[in-house]
Each structure stands twice: as C-alpha cells, then as structure tokens.
Design a protein around this ligand. Structure first.
Ligand SMILES: [Zn+2]
Length: 196
C-alpha cells in the first residue's frame, strides 16, 4: 500500500490492464482523483465528458471514465464504499480557502496535483475537474446541492482499471473548513495499491 499522506498528493504510473485500489483507510477522507494519458498529458480524464458518456452524474461499477477526447481511460470495477462520489465540484485551491476566510496559505488539491506530477517531471496543463472519490454532494429538489460527510466506512475502497497507459494522481483533500471530510473536519491519510 502506498500512502497518500493527509493533506497531500501522490501520483503513480498505471499501465493498460493494471488496476489501482484506493482505500479510504479511516473512512471519511475525500480523495480527488485524476488520470492523464501517459503519452500525451494534454489528454486527461474529464468529468464533463464522462457524465454524458455514462448518462449519470455518479459512475457505477462497470462504467468507463473518459478523457477530454472521449476515450476510455479508467473503468470503475469495484466499489465497497457505498457508491457515493462526486463529479461536479472543482478541486479546492487557494482561492477557495481565501473565499472561506482563510488569511494564510492553505494546503489544497490543485497544488497537491501539481506537486505529485512534479515528481514525474510533469506539469499539468490545467487542474482538470477531479473524480472526487467518497465525496458526498447530493442534489436536493433537482437543483440545489448539499455538502455532506462521506458515507464510506474505514477500509472501504474503489478499484479503477486502466483502459490506457496513464499517470494517475490523488489528493487527500485538505478541506477542514466545511465537513466534506467528515463531521470532525479532520483530514486524514488514504492509501492506494497498484494491482496487476
Ligand atoms: Zn480538496
């Protein structure tokens, strides 16, 4: 198991046919997830393109997640977390925390993505909207959105299989100003494992 340290990011190469199992070790941690085509970083997993490809806003087991060029990059093959994830919300960034009233620098998923890719000598072309694993953003009355703690439990996990060679990146979201990482608002580590 590879640790995604609390409030930090981590990336890994994932070859076509390999899978990555993302474990919500302590149960209440949102894990922002990205995938970039290993051969061309300008092609990356896109939630906007995925939602129309799967006809829903939350992928279910068997669904392919597609790129901004509408090609399958990852497939959701296992999910023991309760099936609640988010595809709507942008990664947190310094401006999100400034708007919440944070006067000093706050760790954030956008910078975590950049730092994780930097370890591979890469610069993300932008911060794509992430697949926010375990994030609980219910739609209320068909339009309004709510921001709730995850329904996942300690040790529950999601497995994603690579449909092309890619670089996957994760951020253990450092959000501690709204209860997106649990009612205690205490970000924790999560873990992942490459299989195959
Ligand atoms: Zn975040």
């Amino acid at each position: 198991m590879i640790e995604i340290p609390a409030r930090r990011g981590k990336a890994a190469r994932l070859l076509q046919g390999q899978s990555v199992k993302i474990v919500n070790t302590y149960g209440q941690q949102v894990v922002d997830t990205w995938a970039f085509n290993l051969a061309e970083i300008g092609e990356f997993m896109s939630m906007e393109h995925t939602r129309i490809a799967i006809g829903r806003i939350i992928p279910v087991i068997g669904d392919a997640l597609v790129t901004n060029r509408r090609r399958s990059i990852l497939r959701l093959v296992e999910d023991t977390s309760g099936g609640i994830h988010d595809t709507l919300i942008a990664a947190c960034d310094r401006w999100r925390y400034e708007l919440l009233g944070c006067a000093t620098y706050h760790d954030n998923c956008s910078d975590n993505l950049a730092a994780a890719l930097h370890e591979f000598g890469l610069v993300p072309p932008e911060t794509p909207s992430p697949l926010n694993l375990f994030m609980n953003i219910p739609i209320v009355d068909g339009n309004r959105i709510d921001v709730l703690p995850p329904v996942s439990t300690p040790g529950s996990f999601v497995t994603l299989r690579a449909e092309m060679d890619c670089l996957v990146a994760f951020s253990a979201c450092p959000q501690d100003m709204v209860p997106i990482n649990g009612a205690a608002m205490m970000p924790t580590a999560a873990h992942f494992e490459i299989i195959g």
